[in-house]
Design a protein around this ligand. Structure first.
Ligand SMILES: Cc1ncc(COP(=O)(O)O)c(C=O)c1O
Length: 414
C-alpha cells in the first residue's frame, strides 16, 4: 500500500481518535451512530485545548494582541469553511450553533419578514424536524401555508409533483441527504425548478456536507445549513452559508452586541454581513475546533470520504440482504444513498435491538424516529434502527453488525 493510501485507511485514521481506545468486556467500541454525531480526532480536541490554554480572549472587541489573535483565528475558519463549501466569499458564511439554528435564522430573519401573508413554503415528506418545525412556527405567525412534496414507495422525492407544488411557492426547504432513508436528493434540479417559479431555496445539508463534496456555488441554492459536530468538529457550532444578496436586505435574527454598527436609545443600525447575524460572544473555541475538523477532512479529500462510505454501505446492504428478516428502507442503489442504513429486523423493537447490540457487542446504533416522525408515519413505521458510517469505520465492523443481528434474531426468538 502506498503511503498516501495508508494515510487514508480507516485503520490509520482510527489512531487519531482517542475514543476508540475504549474497550468494554474486551469488546472495542463499534460506533455506528455517525449521523447523530461523529467522534473527534486529537487534532480537533488539541485545537480547542490550545485555544483555551494559550489564546483565549473575546473576538472583535479588543485592541490588545491576544484579542487580535483570537479574532484572526476565528475569522480564518470562516475563510476555510468558505473554501471547503466552495462559496463565492467568506462573507457568505455565518457561524451558528448548529444546522437547526441556521434554519431558524432563515425562518425568522427571512421567511417571517419577506414572504407575504398567504404565501407558501414547500418542504418534503422526508425532512428532519429541524426543517419542519421552524417553518411551522413562522407560518403560524405570518399566516403562511406549508405543503410537503411526497416521496415514492422507493424512498425518492416524487418529482412528478414538483411543478404542481412549486407553482405558487415562495420558499423550498429541502434536505440534501435524508437522515433516515439515506436518499441523496437531486438538489441542483430542485433549485432550478424552484427558481423557475421564483422561489428561494434552503438546503438542509446536515447529512451531506460531512460526507461528500458539496459546492454551494454549483448547487445554486440561496441558503445551506450544516452542523460542525457531524463532521468531526465540536458540538456547539454550525454554519449557514447564504448568498450575500439574500443576506444584505434581511433583518437580523437576534439582537445584541457584535451585530450592530451603532446603538442609540431610540434605535440601532446593523453591522455588515455576516456579523449582522452573529449576536453576542460566539463559540470561538468551537469555531477553531471546526477549522481543525475542516483541515482534517481536506487532508483526506471528500471524494475519498464518499468512496469509503459507499464501500461500507454496499457491504452492509449486501449483509442485510442475506438476512431475510431484515427490511431496509430507502433507495436500493448505493449511488443514490449516503452512508447510513435504516432498517427493521423481524418484529424486534428497534429500542430493544439497539440495547442488545450495545450490551452484548458494544455496538452503538440509533433507534427511534430519528427526528423524522412524519416520514416514519408515511412509511407506516413507528421506529427504525439506523447504522451510519464515517471515515473510521471498517468492513470488519459491518461484518460484526451483521453477526450481531443474526445473534439478536436468536436471542429474541424472532
Ligand atoms: C438531516 C438533518 N437535518 C438537521 C439536523 C439537525 O442537526 P443539529 O441537531 O446538529 O442542528 C440533523 C441532525 O440529525 C439531520 O440529520
Amino acid at each position: 500500500m502506498s503511503q498516501a493510501a495508508a494515510a487514508k485507511s480507516p485503520y490509520r485514521i482510527r489512531k487519531d481518535f482517542p475514543i476508540f481506545s475504549r474497550i468494554r468486556d474486551s469488546k472495542p467500541l463499534v460506533y455506528l451512530d455517525n449521523a447523530a454525531t461523529t467522534q473527534k480526532p486529537l487534532q480537533v480536541i488539541q485545537a480547542i485545548a490550545d485555544f483555551y490554554s494559550m489564546v483565549n480572549a473575546n473576538v472583535h472587541r479588543g485592541v490588545y494582541s491576544l484579542s487580535i489573535e483570537s479574532t484572526e483565528k476565528y475569522e480564518r475558519v470562516r475563510r476555510l469553511v468558505a473554501g471547503f463549501i466552495d462559496s463565492e466569499s467568506w462573507r457568505e458564511v455565518i457561524f451558528t450553533r448548529n444546522a437547526t439554528e441556521a434554519i431558524n435564522l432563515v425562518a425568522y430573519a427571512y421567511a417571517l419578514h419577506r414572504i407575504k401573508r398567504g404565501g407558501k413554503i414547500v418542504i418534503t415528506e422526508m425532512e428532519h424536524h429541524s426543517n419542519i418545525v421552524p417553518w411551522q412556527l413562522v407560518a403560524q405567525m405570518r399566516g403562511l401555508k406549508i405543503e410537503a412534496l411526497p416521496i415514492t414507495e422507493e424512498g425518492y422525492l416524487d418529482l412528478s409533483q414538483l411543478d404542481r407544488i412549486l407553482r405558487d411557492a415562495d420558499l423550498l426547504a429541502v434536505v440534501h441527504a435524508s437522515n433516515v432513508l439515506g436518499t441523496i436528493n437531486p438538489v441542483k434540479h430542485l433549485v432550478e425548478a424552484a427558481k423557475s417559479w421564483g422561489a428561494a431555496v434552503l438546503v438542509d445539508a446536515a447529512q451531506s456536507v460531512p460526507h461528500m463534496p458539496v459546492s454551494f456555488r454549483e448547487l445554486g441554492c440561496d441558503f445551506l445549513a450544516f452542523s460542525g459536530h457531524k463532521m468531526l468538529g465540536p458540538m456547539g457550532v454550525g454554519c449557514l452559508v447564504a448568498k450575500e444578496e439574500m443576506l444584505e436586505p434581511m433583518e437580523p435574527f437576534m439582537g445584541g452586541g457584535e451585530m450592530i454598527s451603532e446603538v442609540t436609545l431610540s434605535g440601532s443600525r446593523w453591522n455588515e454581513v455576516p456579523w449582522k447575524f452573529e449576536a453576542g460572544t460566539p463559540s470561538v473555541a468551537d469555531v477553531v475546533g471546526l477549522g481543525a475538523a475542516v483541515e482534517y477532512l481536506n487532508s483526506l479529500g471528500l471524494e475519498w470520504v464518499r468512496r469509503h462510505e459507499e464501500e461500507l454501505t454496499e457491504a452492509a446492504l449486501q449483509e442485510l440482504s442475506e438476512i431475510p428478516q431484515s427490511r431496509v428502507i430507502g433507495p436500493e442503489s448505493v449511488k443514490d444513498r449516503c452512508g447510513l442504513i435504516s432498517f427493521t429486523l423481524a418484529d424486534i423493537h428497534p429500542h430493544d435491538l439497539a440495547e442488545y447490540l450495545d450490551r452484548y457487542f458494544n455496538i452503538a446504533v440509533r433507534a427511534g424516529h430519528h427526528c423524522a416522525m412524519p416520514l416514519h408515519s408515511r412509511l407506516g413505521l413507528t421506529a427504525t434502527t439506523r447504522a451510519s458510517f464515517y471515515i473510521y469505520n471498517t468492513k470488519e465492523e459491518v461484518q460484526l453488525l451483521a453477526d450481531a443481528l443474526r445473534s439478536a434474531l436468536k436471542y429474541f426468538k424472532a
